[in-house]
Design a protein around this ligand. Structure first.
Ligand SMILES: [Zn+2]
Length: 168
């Protein structure tokens, strides 16, 4: 990504407009504590320009997995779909959080294709999200959970040893 043509002022404006979080997985700068990247919604490799209307904010993982793609297959149907456009589309129209708040579930062809292509539920980030949930930092309030009152005290971490069930 050639970010040298993106001025610090534009970068700040993009961060502000994106509410300081990845437009795809909603990972927050405040939680991870290191810089998020400027994402070319239509990748430069596919002819996208470095103009504001083609730029948004993404985490390093989503940005890397997206690469130069504009489309990906919906894993449910196998049909190609355009990837989610965080500037023009609304996150909650295409994605929702799993009950425990750690997994992103695509609810449209676009949402499913994007979730899969960008590897938005890789084990590392799911483990991190379970800690964010316990801390009360996640999911973001404007990306509602499917139901009220689903915060659980269960062990939602990656280890599900039988011993974990004996606590209480
Ligand atoms: Zn992301």
């Amino acid at each position: 990504m050639s970010s040298h043509r993106i001025s610090p002022q534009l970068r700040r404006r993009l961060l502000h407009d994106a509410r300081f979080r990845c437009g795809y997985c909603l990972t927050s700068l405040q939680i991870v504590g290191f810089a998020l990247e400027v994402d070319h919604i239509i990748p430069e490799g596919a002819g996208g320009e470095s103009s504001e209307e083609n730029l948004w904010i993404a985490c390093a993982s989503c940005n890397r997995h997206k690469g130069s793609r504009t489309h990906a297959n919906d894993p449910l149907t196998g049909h190609s779909s355009a990837l989610f456009n965080p500037r023009q589309q609304t996150w909650s129209d295409h994605f929702q959080w799993s009950e425990e708040g750690t997994r992103i579930m695509g609810i449209t062809p676009c949402g499913r294709a994007t979730t899969h292509a960008l590897n938005m539920n890789n084990p590392e980030v799911v483990a991190a999200r379970s800690r964010w949930v316990r801390a009360g930092w996640h999911p973001p309030e404007d990306s509602a959970l499917p139901e009220i009152g689903v915060r659980q005290n269960d062990d939602v971490g990656p280890k599900k040893s039988p011993g974990a069930l004996l606590r209480h």
